[in-house]
Design a binder for this molecule. Structure first.
Ligand SMILES: [Zn+2]
Length: 214
C-alpha cells in the first residue's frame, strides 16, 4: 500500500484537475488543507470527502508553527478542524505541520486536539522551499524549487515501497502532469493506492515523527 498525499490549498484551478485524475483512476488519496482556504472553497472540500479521500488538517493560515505561541498553534489546528467538520461532518484525524516544522509542544497539542501528526517518507519535491538567501544589503529572497514532471515520476518510482507516504503539493502543473503515468505504473507494480486512514489501519508502522527534534 502507498498513500498519496497532497498539501496546501484548496484552490479550484489546482485541485480540480487532481480530483479528476484520482476519480478517473479510482484512487483514494489524502488532502492536507489550509483551513482559511478550505473555508473559501467549501465545495472542493465537500467533493474530496464525497470521493472518499481523507480531508486532513494543515493549519489555518500555514505559518511556521515553531515561531508562534502554543495558544496560537492550538487555534490554527482547532479552527481548521472546525471548518472541515462544518463541511464534511467529520473532524480530521491527521495533521501535517506546514513546512514540516514542529517541536514537542506542537506534537502534544496535535494529540490533545485528537489528531496524529503525519509526515511523509517520499518527498516528490514538486514544490520545495529553499531558505531565504540573505546577502548583505538586499532584502531576503524566498524561492521554491520544483522538479519537472519527469523528475517527479523518476523519484517516486525509484523510492516506491510498501507503506510509503508520498508528499505532493496541490499547486503545480508538473504534479498534475506526472500523476496519471505514476498511478498507472504504481498500480502495475502491485501497489494499492490508499488513504492515510487505510494505510495506518492496515499497518502498525506509523509515520509518526520522533520526539526531540528541535
Ligand atoms: Zn504546506
Amino acid at each position: 500500500m502507498i498513500a498519496l498525499t497532497f498539501d496546501d490549498g484548496p484552490k479550484p484551478e489546482r485541485i480540480l484537475p487532481i480530483l479528476e485524475i484520482l476519480d478517473r483512476y479510482q484512487v483514494k488519496a489524502s488532502f492536507f488543507v489550509v483551513g482559511k482556504m478550505a473555508n473559501q472553497n467549501r465545495d472542493l472540500v465537500l467533493r474530496m470527502a464525497a470521493s472518499g479521500h481523507d480531508v486532513c488538517n494543515h493549519s489555518f493560515s500555514h505559518p511556521n508553527l515553531t515561531t508562534i505561541s502554543p495558544e496560537q498553534v492550538r487555534m490554527e489546528l482547532r479552527q481548521t478542524s472546525d471548518v472541515v467538520e462544518s463541511i464534511t461532518g467529520k473532524r480530521p484525524i491527521y495533521f501535517r505541520p506546514p513546512g514540516g516544522n514542529y517541536n514537542d509542544s506542537i506534537l502534544s497539542i496535535v494529540a490533545e486536539e485528537g489528531m496524529s501528526t503525519a509526515l511523509w517518507n517520499i518527498n516528490a519535491e514538486d514544490f520545495t522551499y529553499i531558505r531565504p538567501l540573505r546577502d548583505s544589503g538586499s532584502p531576503p529572497r524566498e524561492s521554491f524549487f520544483r522538479h519537472s514532471d519527469g523528475e517527479i515520476h523518476e523519484l517516486v518510482m525509484r523510492k516506491a515501497r510498501n507503506g510509503a507516504i508520498v508528499l505532493f503539493h496541490a499547486g503545480g502543473r508538473e504534479t498534475e502532469t506526472a500523476l496519471p503515468k505514476l498511478i498507472i505504473e504504481l498500480k502495475s507494480r502491485g501497489f494499492r493506492l490508499v488513504t492515510l486512514t487505510e494505510l495506518m489501519t492496515g499497518s502498525s508502522q506509523l509515520a509518526l515523527p520522533s520526539r526531540s527534534r528541535s
